[in-house]
Design a protein around this ligand. Structure first.
Ligand code: UDX
Length: 465
């Protein structure tokens, strides 16, 4: 005989067949991927999915033919959309330009009686206008935060840190502890390069405040990983919290990579010894200086370990791609190093030859590394990456932190520590432990699985717009 839980599930399934969810990602790789992963998870649970997206960095609809896609004009000129060097300005411009087109699109979708009724909007947390627009249309709004809980709490604390004199950051204070946010040091406070810091702080404070007016926050993280920050979050922000991560591990989903992934990375890894390779990538946004580029190159060469290095075109200031690398370097690393423009990162991390990941600690990269039990070398560049790196090295203890200015000797030492020395083995054992928790939490009975059930129940209980 079917239990009452089974009947309840059956009921939910029936209701969901008739409901549509609208998802609105921010058009950057680190935001688009988790939103599309979430869309696939919710689709697998019976909802119809519509993705509203900008023309800039638009996802490829043919990768997800089971979704409906609606593009809205973003008003970016060609030169504006190539200004990835000032991500803060670009996000602000998108927020200014997209509000009206988004309202028009949403109004149209809500009045379309030929489609299933819309249950809610799931918006990236960085779209600041979605709060007022959904409120005026009486549509429930959930927020996906693509960074983790610890870094969100650090962002939320910026006004307090300003008041206490930690900001603006003084060079002489960078090693001092932030007493209000252990284990962070002053240099870990999320900072972004922008000429107008005051406006940025106000924008962040506004977005943090909007957290209190949404129907719930969704996180690509999991209870066992961030139990303490989640406890603080639940106390400080009285809206339902849904840690559903790791979203990319529920089942394989089509890649949402905006750049072509070079498959030669895998063919090259196939020829390397198990756990021998350091994989190096600084994500989709961060840029480095020419001098740093050379330190990285010689650090990798001097480590004497095989390496797979992603150098995203345009990511080295003043260079197109690899032209700054001297011939002696290329001769020195011949056969031992493989350099690509963009890699199939998840496959690389899951490859048996990959022994370590030198990362900028973007949250997706950090979580992907945790899920494959790959120990990290942390070199955060900006924003939440600094908090993530501190948690990787000091809380979860699954990586070594390159804390100072990039130096070839220090880099070579860090690579060897991770891949060759006993300390690296201990780090790897802790990483394997964390990987097991990440695996279990999305299975039936696991914390993220239960959180997903709770989210679905809440969506189903909300009145339709
Ligand atoms: C940005 C911010 O930098 C980061 O701090 C924030 O947490 C999310 O937004 P990004 O630089 O894109 O992130 O880094 P990350 O979050 O790590 O996302 C990068 C994504 O690109 C990952 O999913 C990774 O698998 C993918 N990637 C990266 C590739 O597919 N190929 C590559 O060669 C490099």
């Amino acid at each position: 005989m079917a239990s009452s839980v089974d009947k309840q599930r059956e009921n939910q399934r029936e209701q969901k067949k008739c409901l549509r969810l609208l998802l609105f990602p921010l058009p950057f790789q680190g935001h688009l991927s988790p939103m599309l992963q979430l869309a696939n998870v919710l689709y697998s649970r019976g909802f119809s999915i519509t993705i509203i997206h900008t023309c800039f960095n638009s996802p490829n609809p043919s990768n997800n033919p089971h979704f409906t896609f609606h593009s809205i004009p973003d008003g970016l000129s060609k030169s504006e959309s190539s200004r990835a060097d000032n991500i803060v300005a670009l996000v602000s411009l998108l927020n200014t330009n997209c509000a009206d087109p988004f309202r028009d699109c949403l109004t149209k979708l809500l009045s379309d009686v030929s489609e299933e009724p819309v249950a809610c909007l799931i918006s990236d947390s960085t779209w600041k206008f979605t709060d007022a627009i959904t409120e005026s249309l009486q549509l429930p709004r959930f927020v996906l935060r693509t960074n983790n809980v610890s870094s969100f709490l650090a962002l939320a604390a910026l006004p307090l840190l300003q008041e206490k004199g930690y900001l603006p950051i003084q060079e002489s204070q960078v090693e001092a502890p932030v007493l209000e946010l252990p284990p962070l040091k002053v240099k870990d406070i999320p900072a972004f390069k922008t000429p107008d810091q005051e406006t940025l702080y106000q924008t962040i404070a506004g977005l943090v405040k909007q957290t209190n007016s949404c129907s719930g926050t969704i996180w690509n993280s999991f209870e066992e990983l961030e139990h303490e920050p989640l406890t603080v979050l639940r106390h400080d922000f009285p809206v339902p919290v849904f840690p559903l991560g790791p979203l990319h591990k529920y089942f394989p989903v089509p890649s949402s990579s905006l750049l072509a992934q070079d498959q030669s990375s895998i063919l090259w890894l196939d020829k390397q010894a198990p756990k021998s390779v350091i994989y190096v990538s600084f994500g989709s946004v961060a840029n480095i200086e020419g001098a740093e580029f050379l330190e990285i190159a010689w650090g990798l060469a001097n480590s004497q370990q095989p390496f797979l290095w992603v150098v995203r075109p345009g990511s080295v200031n003043g260079s197109e791609w690899l032209e700054a690398l001297p011939n002696e370097f290329l001769e020195e690393i011949s056969g031992r190093g493989h350099i690509v423009k963009w890699a199939p990162q998840q496959e690389v991390l899951a490859h048996p030859a990959t022994g370590g990941f030198w990362t900028h600690n973007g949250w997706n990269s950090t979580l992907e590394s945790i899920c494959e039990a790959v120990p990290m070398i942390c070199h955060p560049c900006f924003g939440d990456q600094r908090v993530n790196a501190r948690y990787v090295s000091d809380v979860w203890r699954i990586g070594v932190h390159l804390e100072n200015r990039l130096d070839r000797m220090e880099i070579a030492r860090a690579v060897r520590k991770l891949l060759v020395e006993a300390e690296g083995q201990e780090i790897r054992e802790r990483a394997v432990h964390l990987q097991k928790m990440a695996d279990q939490c999305i299975r039936e009975g696991g914390s993220s699985f239960q959180s997903l059930e709770n989210l679905i129940s809440l969506i189903l209980s909300a009145p339709l717009a």
